[in-house]
Design a protein. Structure first.
Length: 56
């Protein structure tokens, strides 16, 4: 699992996750935006993944 350097909008986390799971990055981004509307640490998790997952 790596962050995408070509298919990224902010940090490449959603693009990397989409590539890892074999789905369209648009769906991962939509799922993230919808999850941000729910209570929880989604933004902190995104920042943690951005720091931990290596760039490809």
């Amino acid at each position: 699992m790596t962050r995408s350097s070509t298919d990224k909008m902010i940090g490449g986390v959603c693009g990397g996750l989409a590539d890892y799971f074999g789905v369209d990055p648009t769906w991962v981004r939509i799922a993230f935006v919808v999850s941000v509307l729910l209570p929880g640490p989604q933004v902190l998790l995104y920042l943690l993944l951005w720091a931990v997952i290596p760039k490809d």
